[in-house]
Design a protein. Structure first.
Length: 227
């Protein structure tokens, strides 16, 4: 299986390093994407922060270059917005869609509309400096970079809904304090079109239990496995 992995806010592809190492040991291919504007050396154009569409275009291009074979597209947190948009365009290329403690949007949703008041406050206070970039919250890895505010605010346009006919999995980090994902986890548990797993280590599952996350991902059906 080829895995394309999309990190959450402020983070780069490095967030999946330990998970990718586990998956590669088991013979899988992994490409962890660093979204535009989150590059280690800073954004290419500080005055023009990328929006959600730019991130969707970027990941769609990555999949377009991935070649043939079974593919799982995974997104953590904000990355759920991105993978839903990519899957809406490329459902025939994606076998499995995996939301890792992530937003699961419908047409017209945004990260802003789906998140909690706590995170909306974090976004706004973090962007006070220039109105373009959301400062890195305290406690995140030092490799984290300011996140482009437009990508948190832009609404997503979907035609077929997240994932279409591909297999869909939601991996919950549990009911951590302030989680905006508790309600969606319970809703998806009742939906026969979804697999739901829980790794109750908090939001950053890739950091706190990379082996557990890799085990769930490695057990996904190899191709067209449905739900």
């Amino acid at each position: 299986m080829k895995f394309v992995m999309v990190p959450g806010g402020w983070q780069g592809g490095w967030a999946f390093d330990a998970v990718a190492a586990e998956l590669r040991r088991d013979g899988h291919q992994v490409e962890a994407v660093t979204l535009a504007g989150l590059e280690p050396d800073g954004p290419a154009d500080v005055d023009r922060p990328p929006n959600l569409d730019a991130h969707i275009d970027q990941v769609a291009g990555t999949i377009g270059r991935a070649g043939e074979g079974p593919l799982a597209l995974c997104g953590h947190s904000y990355g759920g917005m991105v993978i839903a948009g990519v899957a809406d365009r490329l459902a025939d290329r994606i076998d499995q869609l995996v939301f890792i403690d992530a937003y699961v949007p419908e047409d017209g949703d945004s990260c802003w509309s789906l998140t909690s008041d706590e995170f909306r406050h974090l976004f706004m206070t973090g962007a006070r400096g220039d109105g373009r970039w959301v400062a890195v919250p305290s406690g995140i890895d030092p490799r984290a970079r300011p996140h482009p505010l437009p990508s948190f605010l832009q609404s997503l346009r979907l035609h077929s809904g997240p994932g279409g006919a591909v297999g869909r999995t939601f991996i919950s980090g549990g009911a951590w304090s302030g989680s905006p994902f508790v309600a969606v986890t319970e809703r998806l548990r009742r939906d026969s079109g979804w697999r739901v797993h829980e790794i109750p280590v908090g939001h950053n599952i890739a950091r706190h239990d990379p082996g557990g996350l890799a085990a769930v991902l490695g057990a996904l059906p190899p191709a067209g496995g449905g739900a």
